[in-house]
Design a protein around this ligand. Structure first.
Ligand SMILES: Cc1cc2nc3c(=O)[nH]c(=O)nc-3n(C[C@H](O)[C@H](O)[C@H](O)COP(=O)(O)OP(=O)(O)OC[C@H]3O[C@@H](n4cnc5c(N)ncnc54)[C@H](O)[C@@H]3O)c2cc1C
Ligand SMILES: *[C@@H]1O[C@H](CO)[C@@H](O)[C@H](O)[C@H]1NC(C)=O
Length: 815
């Protein structure tokens, strides 16, 4: 292999899975490096094994190492799960299915062998890997990092990479550096004792062939407070793990270091437990050729990089070993870091990048990488607890549910694997192209945390509840209202409280079909817009103002790039329907449909969540003209007749807004069109999209908020704000005393239920963001929602909540 050409030099601390993989990946990108390893040999035998899954295997294959690995293993085919009593819980071909789907069989081998292969393939550049170099401190100067070793040697580089495992020295010095830069609160959170914990210990080892265990199989035993994983590989070499829940959860500084002499005592009570139906643990244990006991740490740090520092592998994301993704994740982190560094160097070919360039590059890498790691880390965390039946819930899931949903679980694993990192500078290996389930390429990189459609459908249960509530309450009130409405409509005259009369039959649209259809609806609004029922007047004013954000947001959702033009039919159809039946009934249906139809992954891939500035801009204007103006005119036009006329216009808004928007869009498109002399810049463009979105939700929130405040302060004396907006849980059962009173109550339910279903939808959307790695606190979010609803009303809250989601989406789509 050619020696690296670039002037950019990476000092890698730690020559294990992460460090050596990074060395290979840098080499492929012609980036200079040196590896400093504390131990005095590269590949010591420590009794540890490493499971390699397709996500790690594909990278090793790109690096030309996979065939050597395959030579030393027996690919896994079958997987068994046993109970504490030695009863079979499930037997599946999961490893074989994963092999067919992803091109690489799951496999196990000595960690020593993996390190040997990694080292061997460095060829001439093995001399870049220095052993017996224990790093003691790292310092950053403006131009460089200086890495000091115990033997007083010093290494210079442009960046330092901490690949030095769970008790990382580089991370300690990175924290010191961050503190010196003033990030004291961030660092104290990271240093906090609770950031790294340990709840399970692990005795692991390698044994000689054990009768009853067949090569290519993996056995798991789920016991209360413990679990086994036993793998039989090539020539029946046995890799085994005994996980045991410790007496307490230890935090970083208290995590015990076990005396290896305690091991026999530690396993004594479990020797008779089954690793398969017929093989007790003692049979495996007594054949061990090497073994070790340790407490397994768990930690997922928030800061992986700063300026010229970066930590990969166990120094940033340490997991329990149950899932066997620790090493694979270290491989992925190393590879994605190399991809990012290569991009950085390509962007500034003449000179070395500045510390600011490096920092920006590393932070972008960190954000993207954390998105994927959070999901994997969480699964590993859960699996450790499931297998050791940690609580009754885990027990229920592990023993009574999981065996029946193995297909679904394999699909979950596959969903994680297809999004694996690849080394960008090397072609994809044939094995990875001949599989039945293709990997996602970087262009359509979807994020983890997307549930399957049936699960999304189940999650809409609260919306079904909203619909049911709307149906029961609103229909009951309408039935009781009917005896008051019929005479009114047959007489055709409305008498306001001040004695003013109004014809209900005069044509408003001059289209008989519309007049006939909408007459009863317009009549329903007369008590409130005529002011004859002052409390209802306030409620309806606020309600109508709040419908603006709701409908505006529905339209915006349908305008995203993820959708084709006919998506607009969903909000328009829902809008027409809710004008007739009440939004309380229709909103839950719309939200459920929208949620099931559009998972987050669809919005995050590419620039799918964007709404063109011309679209959102023209929407704001058509909302102001086609919605807010007629709404205000409903209440403030001078005569009763004109208010009635404006209400007739208002009734049509679900259609009027999009129609108004059409020509406005064409005009806006001209104004917003890109200056042809300037090349389109993705980032700038997306900033502009975001600015328009901010104007949109800002306008919605402002109008609704102001209206709500106005309504509050103009409430008639003696009327409490709750009595204006809240119909009461049992309110629909009370008899209706007049047309106005009945209508007011109907519209209260309409508003409360539509607002509630909007919040449910937002909660579902935020849940999905959180699953994909967005960080926010539910307590704070719900607290803010309640406070904001009390102060500014539900409409403004909904608009702001949606806006917050847009901000997170914008950040997550990485622009
Ligand atoms: C019992 C057990 C079983 C596991 N099984 C699996 C599995 O089946 N599949 C899987 O994918 N993962 C598994 N893992 C996890 C996997 O071993 C780790 O995730 C992986 O080794 C992490 O690699 P790393 O390079 O980040 O860190 P490490 O492998 O911990 O390597 C850190 C290296 O840095 C060196 N170092 C430390 N400090 C310094 C210093 N100051 N100066 C210089 N060098 C230093 C160390 O000597 C070491 O070589 C298992 C882990 C355990 C504990
Ligand atoms: C799992 O994925 C396969 C292939 O995509 C699909 O055919 C199958 O229906 C999925 N099964 C479950 C239970 O999700």
């Amino acid at each position: 292999m050619d020696p690296p050409k670039s002037n950019f030099r990476v000092v890698i601390v730690g020559g294990s899975v992460a460090g050596l993989t990074l060395a290979h990946c840098l080499l492929r990108n012609s980036i200079d490096f040196v590896v400093l390893e504390a131990r005095d040999e590269i590949a010591p035998q420590e009794g540890a094994s490493l499971g390699i899954h397709a996500n790690g295997a594909r990278i090793l294959d790109q690096l030309g190492l996979f065939d050597d690995i395959l030579d030393s293993v027996e690919p896994l085919q079958r997987s068994f799960v046993w109970s504490d009593a030695g009863k079979l819980i499930s037997a599946t071909d999961t490893p074989k299915i994963l092999h067919e789907r992803h091109g690489y069989p799951p496999l196990f081998l000595d960690r020593q062998t993996v390190l040997e292969i990694l080292y061997k393939h460095l060829g001439d550049l093995q001399d870049r890997v220095l052993i017996s170099k224990k790093v003691t401190s790292v310092k950053q100067s403006p131009e460089k990092v200086l890495v000091h070793c115990e033997d007083n040697s010093v290494f210079e580089g442009d960046i330092v990479v901490g690949a030095d495992g769970v008790r990382s020295t580089v991370r300690q010095h990175m924290w010191d550096y961050m503190e010196a830069q003033g990030f004291t609160t961030e660092v104290s959170k990271e240093r906090a004792n609770t950031m790294m914990t340990s709840e399970y210990s692990c005795v692991f080892g390698i044994s000689t062939p054990t009768p009853g265990l067949i090569p290519g199989t993996v056995h798991r035993t789920y016991g209360e407070g413990y679990s086994f994983v036993t793998v039989s590989s090539k020539d029946n070499r046995i890799y085994w793990f005994f996980f045991h829940k410790m007496d307490q959860t230890y935090t970083a500084s208290q995590i015990p270091r076990f005396n290896q002499a305690e091991m026999d005592k530690h396993v004594a009570a479990y020797l008779h437990k089954p690793v398969t139906g017929s093989v007790p643990f003692s049979e495996v244990y007594k054949r061990s050729v090497s073994k070790a006991l340790l407490a397994m740490e768990e930690a997922l740090y928030t800061h992986w990089s700063v300026d010229r520092w970066v930590c990969i592998g166990d120094s940033s994301h340490k997991m329990t070993a149950n899932m066997g993704q620790g090493g694979n994740s270290a491989i992925e982190s190393a590879t994605s870091l190399a991809n990012s560094l290569a991009g950085l160097i390509q962007r500034c070919p003449e000179k070395n990048p500045t510390v600011q360039d490096i920092h920006t590059c590393l932070k972008a890498w960190e954000t993207e990488r954390q998105l994927r790691m959070k999901g994997i880390w969480r699964s590993a965390y859960d699996l450790a607890r499931l297998e050791a039946l940690a609580t009754w819930k885990h027990k229920l899931i592990a023993i009574y549910i999981m065996p029946y949903i193995t297909k679904y679980l394999v699909n979950r694993t596959s969903a994680v694997i297809v999004e694996a990192v690849q080394l960008d500078c090397e072609p994809l290996p044939p094995k990875s192209l001949q599989c039945t389930m293709p990997y996602k390429s970087h262009d359509n990189y979807a994020q983890p945390g997307t549930d399957q459609t049936w699960k999304r459908a189940l999650l809409t249960a609260p919306l079904v509840g909203c619909y049911a509530a709307a149906k029961v309450t609103m229909e009951t009130v309408i039935t009781k209202l009917w005896p008051f409405a019929v005479p009114l409509l047959t007489q055709g005259v409305w008498t306001a409280r001040n004695g003013e009369t109004l014809s209900l039959t005069r044509p408003l649209y001059h289209i008989p079909f519309l007049d006939n259809m909408l007459r009863p609806l317009i009549t329903c609004f007369l008590p409130s817009i005529s002011g004859s029922d002052p409390r209802s007047h306030i409620q309806i004013l606020s309600f109508m103002a709040d419908l603006g954000p709701v409908y505006g947001i529905w339209l915006l959702e349908s305008y995203r790039k993820a959708h084709s033009w006919h998506q607009i039919l969903l909000p328009v159809a829902a809008g027409i329907a809710f004008q007739r039946k009440g939004i309380g009934k229709l909103a839950p249906i719309y939200y459920a449909a929208e949620y099931i139809q559009t998972p987050l992954s669809r919005l995050l891939s590419g620039n799918n969540c964007e709404v063109e500035p011309a679209t959102s801009g023209s929407l704001i204007i058509s909302m102001l003209a086609g919605y807010y103006l007629p709404t205000l005119a409903n209440f403030f036009a001078p005569t009763l007749e004109s208010r009635q006329q404006y209400n007739a216009l208002w009734q049509l808004f679900p259609v009027v807004i999009p129609l108004l928007q059409g020509p406005l869009y064409v005009v806006a498109k001209r104004c917003f069109s890109d200056n042809p002399t300037q090349p389109k810049q993705g980032r700038k463009k997306s900033m502009r999209c975001m600015r328009c979105i901010r104007y949109a939700y800002g306008t919605f929130a402002l109008v609704s908020g102001l209206t709500f405040i106005y309504a509050r302060f103009s409430a008639p004396p003696g009327a409490s704000i709750t009595s204006i907006f809240w119909p009461g849980l049992q309110g629909y059962l009370a008899p209706v005393t007049s047309f106005s009173e009945g209508i007011a109550r109907f519209l209260q339910y309409d508003q409360v239920i539509s607002a509630a279903s909007g919040f449910v939808w937002l909660a579902l959307r935020f849940r999905e963001l959180k699953q994909s790695g967005a960080s926010f606190s539910w307590t704070k979010a719900i607290g803010a929602m309640v406070a904001c609803t009390c102060a500014f009303g539900p409409g403004a809250t909904f608009a702001l909540g949606w806006g917050w989601r847009e901000e997170i989406l914008h950040r997550m789509s990485g622009r």
